[in-house]
Ligand binder design. Structure first.
Ligand SMILES: *Cc1c(COP(=O)(O)O)cnc(C)c1O
Length: 484
């Protein structure tokens, strides 16, 4: 069967093209809505059957199969195997469902396909990103702050690491952008919590410093950087002739949601001349909660990573690196005759490419504007308070139950725990729950397997957490029986 779409290429002012666009979007909505009929997180095939099924789909057939046929394939092979991020039974990672209006915003973003590198590729989107960044910087306490949207917390952290390195070298009179870093590459050191995100290891790798440049600072029993030990390590490195340039506090560690003490880290950073970065990829959402003081004074940091695709519930990708002032972006400022001519900028045109590792870039600021302005601080606060409240509830319920070890009281929305039945039972639990359609996370603490509930879904209720506990108790008894 032929469809309107088969004879149309791109959208235009012509009725025929508009109707084809409408048909594409409307029939897609139909497919999506009729595919959603379970409250569980995953009801698709297992990895090996799924691979076999997908293997049969030829990406480059000799003749196209047409819209009607591709729709059938999507409905048969793809949608039934989708993970349903909105399920209250999905809690393994810092991976959230998306607020409905932000999905609508994505349609506008893809339809117009603006790009954020130069003003002439996205006039209103450029102006909007500038405004969203200005307001976001203020929200985090930067009076003259600046920032840029990135593909995620990893890119934000890598960008911050490069800024810190180049600023440090500039202090020694070295222009890293022009002259490179080779005389110093062996001695530069960056300091992060031992439970920090691995994007700092990636950063040191792409910066040509190697993993030896990333010094892991020990944490205390609350999973925060141990300040005294941290200072000793940095002082000793400095005495040994190394070049510490960056200290990062994690504001919400990926597993525990624990928050490093930014004020104490600031004292160390100042004493030893280090750039202070706050990796708030996870914790940044709490700025709009009743618990914002738990984050500490983030404006003490020279830069802050904010992820909008975690607690803030925007669709992937959406992250920002905020910096204390615009000049810090100088490592990324280059001019090309074919793209961002300097004379245009002198006339007042804004080309955001000068702040980014990327060139062509999505207009991710748009969905932030749509969602935050539509819901307001009060609307977002309800979301944040709900998920943080859920973590407190689960923490107390696990402790009260008596069958669980729960080593760290949650500061954000994650709870790490284990059953008291030993390593082998904990090791098998996550996969046993997955078979029931319930997806939880797993990590290690002191070499022991731990389970993790990451609670980002504002539709998740206390009754779901009670169900989770009941199911775990049932499954662990089952596992014990099988082991005996
Ligand atoms: C998730 C996370 C990151 C990485 O962010 P992406 O958006 O996944 O690239 C960095 N730091 C912390 C603390 C995180 O939790």
């Amino acid at each position: 069967m032929k469809s309107k779409l088969d004879d149309v290429l791109v959208l235009s002012e012509k009725e025929k093209d508009k109707m084809a666009y409408k048909e594409a979007i409307e029939s897609t909505l139909g497919m999506i809505l009729s595919s959603i009929n379970s409250q569980m997180a995953y009801t698709g095939k297992d990895a090996f059957s799924l691979r076999k099924e997908i293997e049969r789909l030829d990406t480059f057939p000799e003749r196209g199969i047409g819209w009607e046929k591709i729709k059938e394939e999507i409905s048969e092979h793809i949608l039934p195997n989708m993970l349903q991020t909105w399920s209250p039974y999905y809690m393994p990672h810092l991976h959230s469902p998306a607020l409905v209006e932000s999905i609508a915003a994505e349609l506008i973003v893809s339809t117009y396909n603006s790009s954020m590198d130069s003003w002439d590729q996205g006039p209103v989107m450029t102006e909007l990103e500038v405004k969203v960044i200005k307001d976001l910087a203020k929200l985090f306490g930067y009076e003259n702050g600046d920032g840029v949207f990135t593909s995620g917390g990893s890119q934000s952290n890598i960008t911050a690491s490069i800024i810190a390195r180049d600023k440090f070298l500039a202090g020694l009179g070295v222009n890293a952008k022009e002259d490179g870093i080779s005389p110093y590459a062996d001695r530069l050191r960056m300091y992060v919590s031992e439970i920090s995100h691995f994007s700092f290891d990636k950063a040191s790798s792409v910066m040509g410093l190697g993993s030896k440049a990333v010094v892991k600072l020990p944490v205390n029993e609350k999973m925060q950087i141990d300040i005294e030990k941290a200072e000793k390590i940095i002082r000793k490195d400095k005495e040994d002739g190394l070049m510490p340039f960056l200290l990062t506090g994690t504001i919400g560690t990926t597993d525990y949601g624990s928050i490093d003490d930014i004020e104490k880290l600031k004292e160390i950073a100042d004493r030893y001349g280090l750039f202070l970065h706050a990796d708030a990829a996870y914790g940044s959402g709490a700025i709009l909660s009743s618990y914002r003081e738990r984050l500490g004074k983030l404006d003490l940091a020279d830069s802050i990573t904010v992820d909008f695709h975690k607690m803030f519930l925007l669709p992937i990708s959406a992250s920002v690196l905020l910096v204390r002032n615009e000049e810090l972006f100088s490592p990324f400022l280059l001019h090309a005759d074919y793209l961002n001519r300097e004379e245009d900028e002198k006339e007042g045109f804004i080309n955001l490419v000068g702040k980014s590792l990327q060139t062509t870039r999505r207009s991710d600021a748009f969905k932030a504007y749509v969602t935050f302005r539509m819901r307001g601080q009060d609307g977002m606060k309800k979301v944040m308070d709900k998920v943080i409240g859920n973590a407190s509830y689960l923490y107390s319920a696990l402790l009260k139950n008596g069958n669980f070890l729960v080593p760290v009281e949650p500061a954000l929305s994650s709870v790490v725990f284990a059953v008291k039945d030993g390593e082998e039972v904990n090791r098998r639990l996550r996969k046993a729950l997955l078979k029931k359609g319930l997806v939880i996370g797993e990590t290690k603490k002191d070499g022991k397997t731990m389970l993790k509930a990451t609670l980002l879904n504002p539709n998740l209720e206390e009754k779901h957490l009670d169900e989770l506990i009941d199911l775990i108790l049932k499954e662990k008894d089952e596992i014990r029986k099988n082991l005996a």
